[in-house]
Design a protein around this ligand. Structure first.
Ligand code: NAP
Length: 500
């Protein structure tokens, strides 16, 4: 169920709910200061609906305070006294990383509780976040300038042109629920690494880990003007932030609908959009079947299928379809679905009951169109069983749009041309995986799939945290994230030249 507002009375740091479970009580922050407000957001577990935590919500006056605090942190009129040195930024992120390592389990528990993700997935997410800390800190130490000698043609001169990157004045970062911590670190750590102040607006469904991270960064010595974290109604927080002309970049990850809305309302500023996907795993007739089965299962069911790069369509060559389906159906049964806090659980809940009801609906609709459910298909509250569906028509909603959950729809194709056409037939273009031993096939897929990433013999979601990542078409504007690219996004390039 969605999280509700409650009255401010009895908002203490920690409390115990009616059924004896710990509740963590947090606050939005304006530049290091907890805010005062009479609006509190309750965060419920999608699994059993218990209250996991609460957050004091901000209002439009806090938006103004956060913007002013960020902009007054340093001067852009030639005075550079308050800009953090590379070493200072590195030291802050290194210290934060060390504190984070001590608190990884606390973060994992919080992620699992607020999102319903299985604890093993939440632990995996904290491992990824640890890498983001490491890569951002290391990258600060690398000089990012270029030098151009000007005497290289007959038209040249004895001069050199140099580039340097300067931080943007203020970034607004808006994140979704599906990787509550990882989405946040992938935006704010690169921004901090380059010295750009951030106002973070995390998902209201999973705000707790984001706020604990905010507190951790302050504790590690981050100057307070560098980060504000605000939760509150969209029309009071997110929309005014997106529109404000003093904000120089909006970095958004989330749904296509909201992303496109932001693109039309942000005005004259940089906009980074990382949006939805319905990534294929394409299995050719020469594939190692065991590997294909493993990748299909991991890609479809990990993180409850709620990854932008989850396998949302399994496309199998018709020659090996029957063998693949038989083995995959057996594999899918290994993905135990249930209590997210149980270490044996591999698939926790989806984000809320409404999301699970939507998944159930698209499965039923595809069955009406001729598809057949061979594993799973049942829903209990926000728990949706890992579900294998065969004979899915190419025009079923489940495969044309994004189905954000543990569904594995299987379709067959007759040859590589058909596979490429089918893969490219939707509005999305985020990532893809291909299982083949044939180099000619591999190269054709790399060239002809209209997506941001092609992973051969891997899941579409494979990446390291510093490699470029991002989609095209409705999945994004083709601007990449990943630590290194994100750091570039939060800067502008200044050039200067000298006689040489
Ligand atoms: P969402 O509904 O679009 O929400 C994302 C964020 O936008 C939330 O913080 C939300 O705030 C905020 N928001 C809502 N309306 C807004 C508005 N009018 N202006 C500004 N911000 C607004 O997405 P979601 O359901 O949380 O996340 C799932 C989606 O994210 C999926 O489509 C998934 O594919 C996509 N995703 C993409 C990537 C990628 O890298 N391409 C990665 C992960 C997820 P509230 O929570 O307060 O509503």
């Amino acid at each position: 169920m969605s999280n509700n507002e409650i009255d401010v009375a009895s908002h203490k740091q920690k409390s115990v709910s009616e059924n004896g479970v710990d509740v963590i009580n947090l606050s939005s922050y304006v530049a290091g200061k907890k805010i005062e407000s009479d609006k509190i957001l309750e965060v419920h577990s999608p699994y059993d609906n218990r209250i996991v935590g609460t957050v004091i919500q901000a209002n439009c006056s806090h938006v103004q305070q956060a913007i002013e605090a960020a902009l007054s942190g340093k001067s852009f009129s030639g005075k550079t006294g308050n800009i953090l040195t590379r070493y200072e930024r590195y030291s802050i992120l290194e210290k934060a990383r060390n504190i984070f390592l001590e608190r990884k389990e606390e973060f994992a528990q919080l992620i699992s509780a607020e999102s319903g993700l299985a604890i093993r997935e939440a632990r995996y997410e904290t491992n990824r976040a640890q890498d983001v800390f490491l890569f951002a800190a290391i990258e600060i130490l690398n000089d990012d300038g270029q030098i151009f000698s000007c005497d290289i043609t007959p038209n040249g001169k004895a001069r050199k042109i140099f580039t340097l990157r300067e931080p943007l004045s203020l970034a607004v970062c808006i994140t979704p629920f599906n990787h509550p911590l990882n989405q946040v670190v992938h935006k704010i750590l690169p921004a901090i690494a380059v010295g750009t102040p951030v106002i973070l607006k995390p998902s209201e469904k999973t705000p707790l880990s984001a706020i604990r991270l905010t507190e951790l960064l302050y504790e590690a010595g981050l100057p307070h003007y560098m980060l504000s974290t605000l939760l509150g109604p969209t029309n009071e927080i997110a929309e005014p932030l997106v529109k404000d002309p003093r904000v120089s970049i909006v970095s958004f990850t989330g749904s296509v609908a909201v992303g496109k809305h932001i693109a039309t309302t942000a005005g004259y500023k940089k906009v980074i959009l990382e949006l939805g996907g319905n990534d294929p795993l394409i299995i050719m007739e020469d594939a190692d079947i065991e590997r294909a089965v493993f990748l299909a299962a991991e890609g479809s069911f990990r993180n409850s299928g709620q990854r932008c790069t989850a396998v949302k369509r399994i496309l199998v060559h018709e020659k090996i379809k029957d063998e693949f389906i038989k083995k995959f159906a057996e594999k899918a049964k290994e993905y135990k679905c249930g209590d997210p806090s149980d270490p044996e659980t591999r698939v926790g809940t989806v984000i809320d009951e409404a999301a699970a009801i939507y998944l159930e609906k698209v499965v039923k609709k595809s069955v009406e169109q001729g598809a057949k459910v061979i594993v799973g298909g049942n829903r209990k509250g926000a728990l949706m069983e890992p579900t294998v569906i065969i004979d899915v028509p190419r025009n079923a909603d489940m495969v044309v749009y994004e189905s954000f959950g543990p569904l594995a729809p299987i379709m067959s194709f007759k040859d590589i041309d058909d596979a490429i056409a089918l893969s490219n037939s939707t509005a999305y273009g985020l990532s893809s995986g291909v299982v083949t031993k044939n180099m000619e096939y591999a190269l054709r897929f790399v060239r002809e799939l209209n997506v941001g990433t092609v992973n051969i013999n891997e899941v579409p979601g494979y990446r390291i945290e510093r490699s470029p990542f991002g989609g095209i078409k409705d999945s994004g504007l083709g601007v990449k994230e990943g630590v290194i690219e994100a750091m570039k996004c939060f800067t502008f390039v200044k050039t200067f030249s000298l006689p040489w």
